[in-house]
Every structure is written in C-alpha cells, then in structure tokens.
Design a protein. Structure first.
Length: 610
C-alpha cells in the first residue's frame, strides 16, 4: 500500500467511526477524493484568529490546541485541546466569517483538509437533511462550547502527563508508590506504568482504554517503565505534557531516550516542559540543575526531596492539577506587608508550591524560599529594611547619567543571594523584569538569584539598570507588575493562584498654583500652611509614571486570580519614610491575608492552625 492509500485508509476510518458516522461509505470515499492531506509539526499554526475561513479540517492523528483572544482586553483564554475525529473550522465556513480562534498543533498532527465550497455543499445538501448526522454535528458544537467555557473559568477538562526517566539509573517506582498512597483518598490522578499497556497495539485501542479511565479521573499519569520504541511513541502521541525525571545528586547525563526526545527534530520535544530532580534528603548538594538547563534552556525544574513530606505533597498537587501559586506584586517599601502575609500562610498551614513576583514582591518571596526557618527569614527582613532605607537616602545620591541613587545597598543584598541559583531552589520561583535591550518583558526562571532580583527591582531613573549577558534590565513593574498570567502559564488551569496586590496607583490629584503673595511675611505664611497644595515629590512622579503603563495589564491579570488580596495601605508611600514602620506593614499584611484565607473555599480546605 503506498503512502496516498495509507492516509486515505486512515481518513476513512476516522470519518466512519467519528466525524460522519451516518453517511454512506460511498459518500465518505468521495469526500476523501476531494480532500487533501495536511501534516503539521508541534507548534505549527493551522490558522490564526481573524484569518479568512477557507477550509474545514478533520484531525486524523495527533492533537490540536485552540486559543481565543478577547480583543477588548487582549487577554488569551487557556488552550482548548481537540483530538482524533474532531472537526475544525466548520463554523467559520458555514457563516462565511473570519476565524474566531487561533489553532496550532500540540504535537505532530495529520489532518484532512476539505475546501470551503465542498464542505458548504456537504452541509447544505447532506448534513442538515440527515437527522442523526445533524444531531452529532450539534453535539460536537456543544462539546466545544463546554470546553471553551471550562477554559474561560480556568477549569481543565483533562490532562495526560507522561513521566520519562532522564537518565538510566533513576528509579520511578518508589515515587509512583508514594503518589499512589496519597491518591487513595482523593482519586484525582490515575497512575499507569507503560508496562501496564504493553498489550495495546494501536492508538485507537489506547484512546479507547484511556477514555474509559477518564470518566472516573480528572488526571492520568503514565510512567515510562518499559522501553519498546513503538509502544513509547503511542504513549507520547497522546500526552499533553512530557516530564523528565532525573537523579539530582548526579551530574546531568541523558540516556538514549531522553537524548532523542530533547532533539529539536523530535516531534514530541515541543511538549517537554518540566524536569523533576530527585534528592535523597533536603541537605543534598543542589548543583546539577544548571547543567540540565544548558541542555534545554526552557526546562522548568522541580526539586523533590525524598525525606521531606511537604516536598511529596507539592509534587502530588502538581500532578493532580492542584498546585498553589503565590504572586507578589511590585510595591516599593509597602512590600514589607508581604512578610505578614507569608507568616499568615505558615500559621494557617496554607502550602505554597511556586512563588512568582516583581520587584519588591520578588525579593521578599525569594528570601522566604532561601530561609531555613522563620528566625533566619526575620533576620533577612531586618537587614532588607535597613538596606532599602539606605538605598534611598541622601548618602547614596549619585546624580549620574544613569540614576539618582547609586544602588549600592541593593547590590549588597544581591551579592548575598547570588550564592543561590533559581533552578536549585526548593520551591520553584520566577521573577519579572523589563529587558531594555530586547524591548520586552523577561521572566527569570533560571540563573543567579541575586542578579535576577536586582534586574526585577531596578526602578528606572532612581536605581541603575542591571546588566546580565549584555542586556540591560529594569524593574518588571514597567511591563507586568502583578504577573498572574505568567503564573497561570506555569500551573494547571485547575490550580489556585493567590495574588497579593500592594500597588498604589491612585491619582496624584490636581495641582492648584498658590495665589500671588506680596511681601516676605505673607510668602512664609503660605509656605508653612498645612492646607497648601504643593507639587508631588520626584519619587512619586517617577514611580507613578512608569506604573501607569502597566495598570491596564494589571487589571486584566487580577481577573485570572483565584484569591485576590489587597491590604488597605493607601496612606503609605512606595518609598521608605521615617513615619512608616516595618511592623505596621507586617501587621496589615497579616490581617488582610487571614481574612482572605477564612473567606476562600480554595484555601479553607488546607487550614491547619498551630
């Protein structure tokens, strides 16, 4: 059988079993003769939102993802996935309207392309006159609308994840047993070994088997425990994401499967997003994650410590789509309120699986992660308080071409934290900066922690920009002050995002010029008047000017939050002031967070008072 006959046989099987079950074999073969085969690699765009509707597509193999952009807010809804037998693009053809969504291949995908005129004729002459077929057609539309609605409300409808050993001697079985023990009560994730599927020989048979499991479980985790290449490809072909697992205490080295999987030519490389590094204990040397980043820079590292139950629970939430992400906004000195928020989470037993932030939020979140205990965290925060006050004092005035202040005190903290690499941290972390050289937003998922924090908090005009690898970076608040969208991209749609917003974007107010005063006595009286309206200070003007640009983005981001916390700090400045005490900010942050915990169903289930 030649290649043309093979794809036509495949197309006929899909049409008669899935898409057009109620049409005659003769009609289906005629449709196939009028169609053409289309192949996409992972990441290839089929069409984008707004394109003309020139054809209808039927998925024969692989997986397609669709995203809808809300033009009013430039907000993208999470991806919706379609698989074998799905009809793509028919509404646009029927209505003669542009494409309503952007559609791309999630992995290597084969489609059957029907020109618009042929599908229109089929719809008008056959589909609407066949009661069973029109019923299937509208059920397909209802299913699609359901998936879009679930995506809009941040609820995933299913996820297949595949664990792949990244080096030869990594042992998956102990980890699988630990996860299964946790899963006995919740039944959220169904765990399979590839050896359990050895009798399955076709993709159709595998889909049928997994579809049955899907009716009872929201997540399916498949671990590669046998190494038959054809069998592995069957599993990888239906996976939404591929997760590598390696020994963290050994130098990065790939086995033949991983080496092939990470090759740019591999059709599944697009879906390899995370790497779990396994450590025997929390005190294990963490120095090999960077080598894995060099192999594939886009890998996100999750460090798992066998002896730490909280680490196992983090991993369990990750696989079951219940990760809890904490987003801390840029906020200047007001960020000291985050100290109280973090203490509230600890006191009430709220777990945090990943922290992301901008500027001061990133600094305090990172210090919380690297601290061995609360006593060490408190000491770091005390020194941070002193450093910030010094950083914006007259002693560090620079009046240079780069900034008003030298930034020496801020660099002192960065130097201390540069002993840590982001990819080595026990809790995943990222921070946001603005890359002036590339003129875009930058997310720091790896690299020296201190340098990344310095880049994320370099307030334009006040502090000098940070130079990393030849690029200049400034405060991430310029582009994304509360990066909830970046967090949503990191955790499952079912996961919980807690965002704490300490920004202060109220209007400076109108300025009323003083009345003309005659005589020195009258002028002095006006100058010392408590009721006079004076020009705002330079710090307020600079900070509010660069935050205004990110204001609209921030409002859209906050809508993506599961739990939104905004302590009332309106009377407190973004820059340190003698009347602003760290303790007052901590207390306000603690109280607001406790209130949010008690009012949030997503967090109440974790509450555990000391």
């Amino acid at each position: 059988m030649n290649s043309a006959e093979e794809w036509q046989e495949e197309a006929f099987s899909v049409l008669i079993n899935y898409t057009f079950r109620h049409f005659s074999r003769r009609l289906l073969k005629k449709l196939i003769d009028q169609a053409e085969k289309l192949e996409l690699n992972a990441g290839d765009l089929l069409f984008k939102q707004g394109d003309p509707s020139t054809a209808v597509y039927i998925i024969l193999k692989g997986r397609i993802s669709a995203q809808l952009t809300l033009e009013k807010h430039s907000q993208q809804l999470p991806s919706v996935f379609f698989s074998r037998g799905a009809l793509i693009g028919e509404i646009g053809v029927i209505t003669q309207m542009p494409r309503s969504m952007s559609v791309a291949a999630q992995r290597k995908t084969t489609l059957m392309r029907l020109p618009a005129e042929i599908f229109t004729e089929l719809y008008e002459n056959k589909i609407i006159h066949n009661k069973k077929q029109i019923r299937d057609f509208y059920l397909m539309q209802l299913d699609r609308n359901k998936k879009l609605f679930q995506a809009n409300t941040q609820k995933a409808y299913y996820t297949f994840s595949t664990l792949v050993p990244a080096n030869i001697d990594v042992e998956l079985e102990p980890l699988l047993k630990e996860l299964e023990a946790l899963n006995e009560t919740e039944q959220t994730t169904y765990i399979l070994r590839s050896s359990d599927l050895e009798k399955i020989s076709s993709q159709e048979e595998l889909w049928s088997y997994l579809t049955q499991i899907e009716t009872e479980h929201t997540r399916i985790l498949i671990a590669i425990t046998s190494y038959d290449k054809a069998h592995i490809e069957l599993i990888l072909d239906i996976s939404d994401r591929i997760i590598l697992v390696a020994n963290g205490e050994e130098p990065a080295h790939e086995n033949s499967l991983t080496e092939e999987l990470l090759s740019k030519k591999n059709p599944y490389a697009h879906n390899v997003d995370n790497l779990i590094l396994i450590y025997k204990s929390g005190n294990a040397p963490q120095k090999h994650a960077t080598d894995w980043i060099k192999i594939k820079p886009s890998l996100h590292i999750i460090n798992y410590f066998k002896s730490d139950r909280s680490s196992l629970l983090h991993l369990h939430r990750y696989f079951s789509g219940q990760s809890i992400g904490l987003v801390l906004s840029g906020s200047g000195y007001r960020g000291m309120a985050y100290i109280g928020a973090l203490k509230a989470f600890l006191d009430y037993g709220i777990p945090i699986d990943i922290i992301g932030g901008t500027s001061m939020g990133a600094i305090i979140g990172a210090c919380f992660i690297v601290s061995k205990n609360m006593a060490e965290f408190d000491r770091m925060m005390h020194h941070l308080d002193l450093d910030i006050r010094r950083a914006f004092s007259w002693r560090e005035l620079a009046i240079s071409a780069h900034s008003v202040f030298t930034g020496r005190s801020a660099l002192a903290l960065a130097d201390k934290l540069n002993e840590f690499f982001i990819e080595d941290l026990p809790i995943p972390f990222f921070c946001v900066s603005c890359d002036l050289s590339a003129r875009k937003e930058h997310h720091h998922f790896s690299g020296k922690l201190g340098d990344a924090l310095r880049a994320s908090s370099a307030i334009p005009g006040l502090l000098p920009p940070m130079l990393i690898d030849g690029h200049f970076f400034v405060d991430g608040a310029v582009v994304n002050n509360t990066p909830v969208d970046a967090m949503r991209a990191r955790i499952d749609k079912h996961g919980t995002i807690i965002s704490i917003d300490l920004s202060n974007l109220e209007s400076i107010g109108e300025y009323t010029p003083p009345e003309k005063c005659e005589g020195l006595k009258a002028r002095l009286k006006q100058f010392f008047s408590k009721n006079k309206k004076s020009l705002p200070d330079m710090g307020r003007v600079l900070i509010k000017s660069f935050l205004i640009h990110a204001d609209a983005r921030e409002n859209n981001n906050l809508k993506l939050s599961t739990v939104y916390i905004k302590p009332q700090l309106d009377d407190l400045r973004l820059l340190p002031h003698s009347s602003v005490s760290q303790k007052r900010l901590i207390d306000l942050g603690y109280a607001a967070t406790v209130k949010a915990i008690k009012e949030s169903p997503a967090l109440l289930k974790y509450v555990r008072l000391k």
